[in-house]
Write a protein that binds this ligand. Structure first.
Ligand code: SGN
Ligand code: CA
Length: 534
């Protein structure tokens, strides 16, 4: 018996139940689903999560009109692995996508396949990053690799087309057009609406260039934590524990993601290509710069030439330089998010006008979090809060009470089972996540998880973050950098920024032992092999 036949049985059963109930007790129609996935969007850059640096009114609208999850985390804070987990509901060591370098095996069970076979119309539009062709979609229209911010190419089964404009606007146009074409005919739809933004190198769209110019954004408390081997005594930062590396492992010292030492003047600060001939990433930046059309280039230069002039004129050093880099970095990053939020507003307006809002589940989340100068860093990969955490906002007027707030520990592992459950299909037994539908209804099961498992594998790799796995409970986090034999233990209540490991603190001996046992239990439960498969 082949898989397709097996999958038709639940569909037939669903149909029979639907028909038998239809006369007197109408079963609610299966909802449409719009899964919005941004790339590297940290939850501390969403105002619904209390961000102090950006307003995201349309994301906040999802939270107010639906549910906000305050404790949503990834299993592996890097792009392609996160996407593998999204599609399968299984940890990286099971779905095979352990790093960005691998090709996703699309022949395994993925939720788009289940939905497609159960009668959903399915589409994937935007970033994909999994190398193999997407499976389970009636329609796919994806960026090659990381894609481009300006005048991006898109690949479909028919070939590659370059489209003039800004990537976030174009992806949204494509999503709305596809929904408009596919909303008729009685079948529900599911669309993966996947942004490129706010991925490095954070290029603002033409409508928003320079929008934060007149503002000084607040700095994160840990901005000066790692940058030079010395702790800052700058006003407002004097509370750091003694000695910058104290209490953390050597992994923190050997990473390559500081704003101070690893940021590229060309690629990241976008200094004029001719000014930075010798700088790292200069050719990459020249290549991207060449993509602008004349109008785009002129608008860009007007704004970015001024930043470069300011940089030269001020001739900053040390902490003042880091502060300047931080402002430039975060302003570009946030500006790309403003475009996402504006386009989300456009989509929500469209759903209202089309009469689709009531029974369409709109999910907003990201493939992982990001460092916004926290610890002096950009990028992700670590199990520390800023990159472990993801925004997760879901609106579904027909199924979720407005203003629902959830604090349970949920993970991207739960997306596939949730989406399968929303479609009324049984969740396959080997899926490792759990459906979030009971949580959406404010009915968390008694046996909901009390800890999460995390595992990052991409070392050696860009930004040089050591491999590590760990466990997080609502209060504690234990991390094992297993290739260098080092551990960290954080008490998130007393040390929310994870600056001081208490692994060797005798007061935490009991907690440490409990967490080690819990980590062993999770590794066994999730069938983690003793030796890394990559
Ligand atoms: C690129 C970026 C990295 C980033 C990876 C992974 N470098 O390689 O900074 O960590 O993507 O990001 S860049 O020079 O090309 O900008 S991920 O989100 O796709 O995992
Ligand atoms: Ca990413």
């Amino acid at each position: 018996m082949n898989n397709r036949f097996l999958l038709t049985i639940p569909i037939l059963l669903f149909g029979m139940i639907f028909l038998s109930c239809a006369a007197d007790d109408p079963v609610p129609e299966r909802p449409n689903i719009i899964f919005i996935f941004s790339d590297d969007h940290a939850s501390h850059a969403v105002s619904a999560y209390g961000s102090e640096i950006i307003e995201t009114p349309n994301m906040d609208r999802l939270a107010h009109e639906g549910i906000i999850f305050h404790n949503a985390f990834v299993t592996n804070s890097i792009c392609a692995p996160s996407r593998g987990v999204l599609l399968t509901g299984k940890h990286s060591h099971i779905n095979g996508q352990l790093t960005n370098a691998q090709r996703f095996d699309g022949t395994q069970m993925t939720y788009p396949q289940v939905l497609q076979q159960s009668g959903y119309r399915t589409a994937l539009i935007g970033k994909w990053h999994l190398q193999s062709d997407p499976t389970g979609y009636d329609h796919w229209d994806i960026l090659p690799g990381q894609g481009h911010y300006y005048n991006p190419e898109f690949i479909t089964p028919e070939g590659t087309t370059e489209i003039e404009g800004y990537v976030t606007d174009i992806i949204t146009d494509k999503v709305i057009d596809w929904i408009e074409e596919n909303r008729q005919g009685g079948e529900p739809f599911m669309v993966n609406y996947h942004h490129k933004a706010p991925h490095r190198n954070w290029k603002p769209g033409p409508d928003h260039l320079g929008m934060f110019d007149d503002i000084d954004l607040p700095e994160p408390e840990t901005l000066f934590a790692n940058w030079s081997g010395e702790l800052s005594d700058q006003e407002g930062h004097e509370d750091f524990p003694e000695g910058e590396w104290t209490g953390r492992t050597s992994a923190v010292q050997t990473q390559e993601m500081t704003l101070m030492n690893h940021f590229s003047p060309a690629w990241d600060l976008k200094f004029p290509p001719d000014s930075v001939m010798d700088a790292s990433h200069a050719n990459l930046w020249r290549d991207r710069y060449a993509r602008f059309n004349d109008e785009q280039r002129q608008a860009w230069d007007e704004v970015y030439d001024a930043y470069y002039e300011e940089f030269k004129e001020k001739d900053l050093q040390g902490e003042e330089l880091l502060s300047w880099i931080y402002q430039r970095y975060v302003k570009d990053y946030l500006t790309t998010i403003v475009s996402i939020d504006d386009n989300l507003g456009r989509l929500l307006d469209y759903l209202d006008e089309a009469g689709l809002a009531e029974n369409t589940v709109v999910i907003y989340t990201s493939d992982q979090g990001f460092y916004l100068g926290d610890h002096g860093w950009y990028d992700k990969r670590w199990m520390y809060e800023e990159s472990l955490h993801i925004p997760l906002l879901i609106r579904w007027p027909a199924g979720i009470t407005q203003g629902t707030v959830n604090y349970d520990l949920v993970q991207n592992l739960d997306f596939a089972p949730t989406l399968i459950d929303l479609a009324g299909e049984p969740v396959p037994g080997d899926v490792q996540g759990r459906s979030l539908i009971p949580l959406m209804r404010d009915q968390t099961p008694d046996d909901w998880r009390e800890s999460i498992y995390y595992h990052y594998y991409e070392y050696p790799g860009e930004h040089a973050v050591q491999r590590h796995y760990g466990v997080r409970t609502d209060r504690y986090k234990l991390i094992h950098y297993y290739q260098i034999g080092e551990w960290e233990l954080f008490d998130l209540e007393t040390d929310p920024h994870e600056m001081q490991s208490v692994y060797d603190d005798p007061d935490y001996e009991g907690i440490k032992e409990e967490l080690k046992q819990e980590l062993d239990r999770l590794r066994e439960h999730y069938e983690v092999p003793k030796v890394d498969p990559v």
